[in-house]
Design a protein around this ligand. Structure first.
Ligand code: SFD
Ligand code: AMP
Length: 627
């Protein structure tokens, strides 16, 4: 058997992940832990400075309510999210994040993040809720604060440790296990409370970028569904597993469009020149009331463009040249001022990419694109699971303690599994938290989890025999490879096992073709989803035949098993919701209309660790009174 040393770590609070929400958990929890003499331990599969979705940086903070400036209220934000998610959101969670997010942004600024300001010292807004930043080093700044807080409280950070499974004691989470991605070490973390904050998932669906472009995606390739897997395997109830996110982005390098639409007020057009948001406006009537209010939900904006592509009117283009020239035109009577403004706009356009999606700048350079001269192609990306952005998938968590919400069973953001808390992409139905809101939600979790430990924390009870069984299962792909790899001339072709890449390609093919990926033009149906479930049975069977030649491949094996579970939860929930509510994310061709009477509700699911069965349920929507 693979000879991995077992390293045991005992802690009070265990934080899984090192991204925006995990840094929020760490910063806040360390403060309260120090006061109470408790230990905080954070585990990231990568290095904190550059891990997660914000690894490359960002060009905007997408959630800032601006309460102190009297710009908006938290209620306004709740209405915005309700509208963008076609009525399906946990308003208690959204409100809770909204009321804490401004202070988080002010902390970011204090820690050294440059937020753009105008001549009067006011924040420069990209849109109503978005602030422009010099964000290339955004993640480093936020990670530094988390590291300092943990160090100050005497806690520990483990980098390059990939978390696989939860440790359970009945319906209680008592820690997690994983392995080093560099050394032959198997880690056992025992904890009184655990916060899962390991991001969302990409490459569950086949990406547009395959072959030489593989690895390029909008969402970071290193977030692989670990959060969803962890909470599902812990027996936690999950919500909105059908609500995937499809961003429209500059094609092939996935550059952001927010600055173009909101700051530069650019139009998007089809190859025929029609602006799909105007030409297809009538379609929005079919999705009332959400289609008729502003801002038009992201999925409907996508959908109108997709209708053009379906009609053969593609490619779609962002009218960059028109937008830049329109802004500069205000200076046309002053040649010097005009030249200066053009230079400024050009710099902003490139910086937008250089701050967060450098490869888009490379692609523009490679294709001789001058945004002030020529428009650029945009396209809908493959689907992702990112509950913190405009998707909503994640765990079903308890609401804030001081709010009269119907969704409450204890401590804020605790899952239905005791002692397990979720934040950021890991917690569901609270979309549009983005980087800042994820950090704010992390802070909420940090405080609540320490409160739980102080009031109810008990020594974790871990079954040693079960632990050994989990360790054997996790390391089994290494043994399988060693046992069989010499039986064929080429180790990639072997009747006794399959490699991670072969497994992933199969998963992506199922999701892409039957579950409404790019190839299927984002359409699916009961028949297609049933077929996906049939194929999943075989895939699941074969997941027990994965083989790994080294630690790197072992990590890839488990990443793809985690993706498979995320994919299955998604397929099951799309099957359960017999309507189309988010066209532009997915379209169920056999139930093509929105059904407010029967489906104005959350679609939840739970995998029972005892029986191995899935249960689906509907949960009522609660609107904050008067909002
Ligand atoms: O506009 C394990 N987001 C944007 N937010 C903004 O505020 N402004 C923007 O400009 C944004 N843009 C954007 C955004 C996201 C992406 C992918 C792109 C562009 C391309 C959204 C935010 O980035 C997002 O909301 C937050 O980052 C979410 O925070 P969190 O904590 O839920 O996820 P994370 O930051 O990705 O961190 C995940 C961490 O988990 C680790 N990890 N650790 C141990 N074991 C495992 N098995 C693990 N699996 C994962 C990761 O290493 C990481 O540390 S815009 O263009 O849309
Ligand atoms: P994006 O770059 O598409 O992620 O957008 C950044 C932010 O701007 C997110 O909060 C989006 O919801 C928002 N956004 C982008 N495009 C539009 C648009 N056309 N109308 C309204 N909001 C938008």
């Amino acid at each position: 058997m693979a000879n991995f040393e077992t390293v045991e770590v005992s802690t009070d609070l265990l934080i899984l992940g090192g991204g925006f929400s995990a840094c929020g958990v760490a910063t806040e929890a360390a403060y309260w832990a120090k006061k109470n003499g408790l230990k905080v331990t954070l585990v990231d599969k990568a290095a904190l400075d550059r891990s997660g979705a914000v690894a490359m940086g960002l060009s905007a903070i997408n959630q800032y309510v601006g309460v102190k400036d009297g710009e908006n209220t938290c209620e306004d934000y709740v209405r915005y999210v309700r509208q963008d998610l076609m009525g399906i959101s946990r308003e208690d969670l959204v409100y809770n994040i909204a009321r804490h997010v401004d202070s988080t942004v002010h902390l970011f600024e204090k820690w050294g993040l440059k937020i753009w300001t105008d001549e009067e010292g006011k924040y420069v807004h990209e849109g109503r809720w978005q602030l422009m930043i010099n964000g290339e080093s955004y993640k480093i700044i936020i990670a530094e604060a988390a590291k300092n807080a943990i160090a100050d409280a005497g806690g520990e950070i483990y980098e390059r440790v990939f978390i696989v499974e939860p440790l359970l004691d009945g319906n209680k989470c008592v820690g997690a296990v994983g392995f080093s991605t560099r050394e032959e070490k198997f880690y056992v973390f025992k904890a009184k409370a655990t916060a899962i904050a390991a991001g969302g998932a990409v490459h569950v669906f086949r990406p547009r970028s395959v072959g030489e472009g593989f690895g390029r995606s909008w969402y970071p390739p290193f977030n692989t569904g670990s959060s969803a897997y962890f909470t599902i395997k812990a027996g936690a109830e999950m919500t909105c597993q059908e609500v995937r996110f499809i961003p429209v982005r500059f094609k092939d390098a996935y550059g952001p469009v927010g600055a173009w639409f909101l700051l530069f007020k650019s139009r998007a057009i089809s190859a025929e020149g029609g602006e799909y948001m105007a030409v297809r406006k009538d379609e929005l009537q079919n999705w009332a009331p959400y289609g008729l209010a502003k801002p038009i939900p992201a999925n409907l904006r996508n959908y109108l463009g997709m209708l053009d592509v379906d009609a053969g009117l593609g490619p779609l283009y962002m009218e960059t040249a028109e937008a830049i020239n329109k802004i500069a035109d205000a200076y046309k009577d002053d040649p010097k001022g005009y030249k200066k403004k053009m230079k400024e706009l050009e710099a902003e356009a490139w910086e937008d990419f250089l701050d967060m999606t450098i490869s888009q700048a490379h692609l523009w350079a490679a294709l001789n694109v001058k945004p002030e001269e020529k428009h650029s192609e945009i396209a809908a990306c493959e689907p992702y699971f990112i509950g913190s952005h405009s998707g909503a998938s994640g765990a079903w968590v308890s609401g804030p303690e001081d709010m009269d919400t119907p969704y409450k069973w204890g401590y804020a953001n605790m899952c239905t599994t005791e002692a397990l808390f979720a934040a950021g992409d890991a917690s569901g139905a609270s979309s549009h938290k983005f980087s800042s809101g994820s950090h704010a939600e992390g802070r909420i979790v940090g405080k609540a989890a320490i409160k739980y430990i102080v009031e109810k924390g008990a020594e974790p009870n871990v079954d040693a025999a079960k632990l050994e069984e989990i360790k054997n299962t996790i390391l089994a792909p290494l043994d399988r490879y060693q046992e069989f790899c010499k039986l064929t001339t080429s180790p990639e072709v072997n009747p006794n096992y399959l490699l991670w890449r072969q497994f992933m390609d199969r998963l992506q093919k199922i999701m892409d073709e039957y579950a409404g990926g790019v190839t299927a033009a984002f359409k699916t149906s009961k028949a297609n989803l049933d077929r996906a479930m049939e194929l999943f049975d075989f895939l699941k069977e074969d997941s027990e035949k994965l083989a790994a030649e080294d630690i790197y491949s072992l990590e890839r094996c488990w990443e793809n098993v985690q993706r498979m579970w995320q994919g299955e939860a998604h397929v099951r929930t799309m099957l359960f919701r017999e309507e189309t509510r988010w066209p532009g994310y997915y379209f169920r061709a056999d139930t093509p209309k929105m059904d407010e009477e029967n489906w104005h509700c959350f679609a939840n699911c739970r995998w029972d660790p005892a029986s191995g069965e899935w249960e689906m349920s509907k949960k009522d929507i609660w609107n904050i009174p008067g909002v």
